[in-house]
Design a protein around this ligand. Sequence first.
Ligand code: FMN
Length: 176
Amino acid sequence: MKTLTVYSSQGGNTRKLAEELFKQLPEEKSIAPVAEAPNPSGYDVICVGFWLKGGQPDPAAQEYLKKCSGKVFLFATHGAAPGSDYAKMGMNKAVELIAGATIAGSFSCQGEVAPKVLETAANKDPQPPWLADAPAAKGHPNGNDFMNLSEALIAAGLKSKADKSSGCIIEGSHAM
Ligand SMILES: Cc1cc2nc3c(=O)[nH]c(=O)nc-3n(C[C@H](O)[C@H](O)[C@H](O)COP(=O)(O)O)c2cc1C
């Protein structure tokens, strides 16, 4: 299975998740930030990672998603609580952008929001709906997120159960 992992990341959270995802995938694989991403054709599965901005995939990821067809695994980080309506809305928007593709699976988790971003969001009127969840994003993505990611990759058929443990040993992070 030939996979390509492409990610967009402003603050590093989605890059961290992308690098873990890449580590967990079997060979034959390649990874690139969205600015250097190759044409998505010619791969069995494309894993596309984005961060939520204004309730949608960030603009750079949106452009890349529009070019994707075939089998796609979506992953994301966001300030909103995992599984919240707001987080789901962002993932649904990504699905809309790749209407012609098959969704192999998806995974998203919180990503720590920088203090400056929190301050700007807090001064908005009305405040964005994800702001109340954002303090809980501190320290994410973490080891627990990586284990959940492993489950999502297994469910999507991108990783075998036998490889399960390899996704859980993460240097410098702690499963919670
Ligand atoms: C300008 C800006 C807008 C954001 N908008 C949202 C949003 O609409 N929903 C949300 O859940 N998180 C939002 N966030 C939080 C980021 O999605 C989150 O911190 C993410 O992990 C950032 O990923 P990155 O570090 O890969 O750039 C926003 C962050 C920034 C900087």
